[in-house]
Design a protein around this ligand. Structure first.
Ligand SMILES: *Cc1c(COP(=O)(O)O)cnc(C)c1O
Length: 352
């Protein structure tokens, strides 16, 4: 029987997507060739890339609104550098909100390129909340935020209201809820949290903001180069792009972001209700900032750990050990996680 996979990333994907993807590895589109042994310039693969990009813009409701979708490589971690390369003027400034390990890494890379002001941080309390009180300096070109903090289990419910460009790392909650995505000028996300296998990074960028940094940008780091080549400036990661396309098709057939948001809320409510009502457990994140994707919690009585670990392992649960910087447990419940698996976890918490 398949395990209940609560892994934080790479993570669970829909079973039907895995089945279709495995078939395409052997015989893609009845070509009697594998998806991963045909030219990325063949009509069959170009159609995959085009459809994947189209689905991204449709699901985010950004079609015909001046945005481009890109499937790049290097992970969200390379975007930490690409964003300032493309957006930060040589003598300019950018504002960053520091809400966790990934934000901190984004700040570190951006500092290589210019003047970075950290306008708010929750570091002093091990990132267990989202700071909401900050001022964006008038000379900043963009504000960078992280919508969901995968490690600490916090999630932004509201985003900075600013007349500056708004950039967001959505690696771990992209396509999980309905937002007004047109409030963002650039969104990026590594595929492996909610979209597909590791190996491709989604970037959605408003075209008009590019080409203004005054920098000489290496080709592979230049969004305009990738846009002009339809994400095929070099050989794209065909398998991750294909699987991402399948996941997005699955999401669309479910009813899109409104439908998945409801499912994700139901899962999160089920688990948080147990954490809040069971005296043996305690949530880590500030209640109003809790993530619907990554739920962090600890035992109130460490002597129960051995018993609890035995219980959930025997129930076929996998991947709920907390990150080393937080401890305790982390249950990641991305789009493809069925509520039945969350119920199994809750049953084990009740059984403790
Ligand atoms: C996982 C993660 C990253 C890093 O992604 P890579 O694709 O491994 O570089 C960045 N930001 C967030 C919010 C993440 O969850």
């Amino acid at each position: 029987m398949k395990k209940h996979n609560f892994s934080a990333g790479p993570c669970i994907l829909p079973q039907e997507v895995l089945k279709k993807a495995s078939e395409a590895v052997i015989n893609f589109n009845n070509l009697d060739l594998s998806l991963i042994e045909i030219s990325h310039r063949s009509a069959d693969f170009v159609a995959v890339m085009e459809h994947a990009k189209e689905l991204v813009l449709e699901l985010l409701d950004l079609k015909d609104k001046g945005y481009s979708a890109l499937f790049l490589q290097g992970g969200a971690s390379l975007e930490f550098l690409m964003v300032p390369y493309n957006l930060l003027p040589v003598d300019g400034k950018a504002a960053y909100i520091d809400t966790g390990t990934w934000s901190s890494k984004a700040i570190k890379e951006a500092k290589l390129l210019g003047n970075i002001e950290v306008i708010a941080s929750s570091k002093e309390s091990n990132f267990n909340y989202i700071p909401k009180d900050y001022t964006v300096p008038s000379d900043a070109t963009y504000v960078h935020c992280t919508s969901n903090n995968t490690i600490f289990g916090t999630q932004m419910k509201n985003f900075p209201k600013t007349d500056k460009l708004l950039v967001c790392d959505m690696s771990s909650d992209i396509f999980s809820r309905k937002l007004d995505f047109s409030q963002f000028d650039l969104i990026y996300a590594g595929a492996q949290k909610n979209m597909g296998p590791a190996g491709t990074t989604l970037v959605v960028v408003k075209d008009e903001i590019l080409g203004k940094s005054g920098r000489q940008i290496p080709s592979m780091l230049d969004y305009q180069v990738h846009i002009s080549k339809d994400s095929m400036f070099n050989t794209p990661p065909v398998f991750p792009v294909y699987v991402s396309m399948l996941t997005l098709e699955w999401l669309q057939s479910l009813g899109g972001l409104e439908a998945i948001q409801k499912i994700n809320e139901d899962k999160a409510n089920l688990l948080y209700q147990e954490i809040d009502s069971n005296p043996l457990f305690q949530g880590v994140a500030n209640t109003e900032d809790r993530s619907n994707m990554n739920v962090t919690f600890t035992l109130t009585d460490e002597s129960k750990k051995e018993k609890f670990d035995k219980l959930w392992k025997a129930a076929g649960i996998s991947g709920i050990n907390g990150h080393r910087s937080v401890g305790g447990y982390r249950a990641s419940m991305y789009n493809a996680m069925p509520i039945e698996s969350v119920q199994v976890l809750v049953d084990m918490m009740k059984a403790l």
